[in-house]
Design a binder for this molecule. Structure first.
Ligand SMILES: Nc1ncnc2c1ncn2[C@@H]1O[C@H](COP(=O)(O)OP(=O)(O)OP(=O)(O)O)[C@@H](O)[C@H]1O
Ligand SMILES: CCCC(=O)O
Length: 353
């Protein structure tokens, strides 16, 4: 039996779990309000808080680090790379801590995993945020000096795509899916024959989300950028962290927003607009697949809310079959990725800068 500690810091939560082989033994999700995380200027300033939570979890359930055969950590924003499981190395940790250009909660996972392992147990990441399977036309933005980037919830989206293919009795590599991950951030992608050939960069494109603005009108954004009202860091925070529901309704929690919407017309409009933008992105990704869509898969924390999903469904139900995988399957996908390597089913990929 292989025991695996899984750690997954997200933008609004830290998820921790212990698996014995593919069996989930115990899991916890610690949620973080925007106010709580606001105290930290830089993402890496959150290391102590998030590491403490993991240590408390391990102690609470009576484990020691030496009880684990491996740590499976969510992968962060590394340079574009192929899908798979990678061994965490000192070089990777240094890249995520000091060199990566984009702050993203998942950058913390391998760094904390590496520290906790004290080099005594292997640490792996699987399907990091920067998995890149774009076709050439997906990279074109509109001006040559800006290239579109593949940054998305690769781990969960690939995991639910495998589940959906199984449910449809088809091979994963034979399916065409539009996949919408609706979490703190939102990724909507077109997966053709197992490859995510286009996806909105969940940090700065696509629909607005609980705490991100999504894409913005460039002219107006330029005006704001040069207004003197924000420095670079503050402006970035405005569209990733303090955008979307947070900006309009002062909450990153869809449940709170929906509750507000029951009484407040403005809140209702904002929640409906988020559903509208998601549906619009799904329609766009269906066109990329030339309408040959085996299913539209909807997943992530917000997929747990029937009312909200209904708002999206009414706009897309004519396109293709809709398959719902509410919540996130990232924890089991991380455990499975590590397990495949520990059981010699797959060799861990070596990461090099
Ligand atoms: N039962 C529920 N009903 C409605 N909304 C929910 C429910 N559970 C979670 N959510 C919403 O889902 C969003 C968070 O989703 P999720 O937990 O997938 O995000 P995350 O892991 O923090 O971030 P990300 O998915 O971007 O990495 C929040 O807006 C939260 O309020
Ligand atoms: C940047 C893509 C993934 C995420 O937002 O969590």
């Amino acid at each position: 039996m292989k025991r695996i500690l899984v750690i997954n810091p997200g933008s609004t939560s830290t998820k921790i779990a212990v698996f014995e082989d593919d069996k989930l033994i115990v899991t916890e999700e610690i949620t973080h309000s925007t106010k709580e995380l606001d105290k930290y200027e830089k993402l890496m300033d959150q290391i102590d808080l998030r590491r403490r939570e993991i240590i408390d979890f391990i102690e609470k359930y009576g484990y020691k680090m030496t009880d684990f055969n491996a740590i499976a950590a969510r992968g962060g924003i590394l340079p574009p790379l192929e899908s798979g499981t990678y061994k965490v190395t000192e070089e990777m940790v240094d890249y995520l801590k000091n060199k990566t250009k984009i702050e993203h909660a998942s950058n913390l996972a391998a760094v904390i995993g590496w520290e906790l392992s004290e080099k005594n147990i292997p640490v792996f990441i699987t399907d990091p945020v920067s998995v890149d399977e774009f076709i050439p036309e997906s990279r074109i933005s509109g001006i040559p000096e800006i290239e579109r980037k593949s940054l998305f919830h690769a781990l969960n989206m690939k995991s639910v795509a495998r589940k959906a293919a199984k449910e449809l009795n088809k091979k994963y590599e034979d399916c065409n899916f539009v996949i919408a991950h609706l979490g703190g951030g939102i990724s909507v992608g077109a997966q053709r024959k197992g490859k995510m050939i286009d996806v909105n960069n969940a940090n700065d494109e696509g629909p607005f989300s609980p705490e991100r603005s999504g894409e913005l009108p460039v002219g107006d954004l330029t005006k704001i950028a040069f207004s003197g009202k924000y420095n670079k860091r503050e402006l970035k925070k405005r569209y990733v962290g303090k955008g979307g529901l947070v900006a309009y309704l002062n909450t990153n929690d869809l449940r709170v927003a929906i509750k507000k919407a029951e009484k407040d017309k403005y809140a209702k409009l904002v929640v409906e607009a988020m559903a509208y933008q998601i549906a619009k992105e799904i329609g766009g990704m269906s066109a990329i697949l030339k309408g040959e869509v085996d299913a539209i898969i909807i997943t992530g924390g917000m997929a747990r809310n029937e009312k909200f999903i209904e708002m999206i469904k009414q706009r897309i139900s004519k396109i293709a079959l809709i398959m719902l995988y509410p919540g996130s399957f990232e924890m089991e996908a991380l455990a499975e990725g590590a397990l495949r390597v520990l059981n010699d089913v797959e060799k861990a990929k070596e990461w090099k800068l």
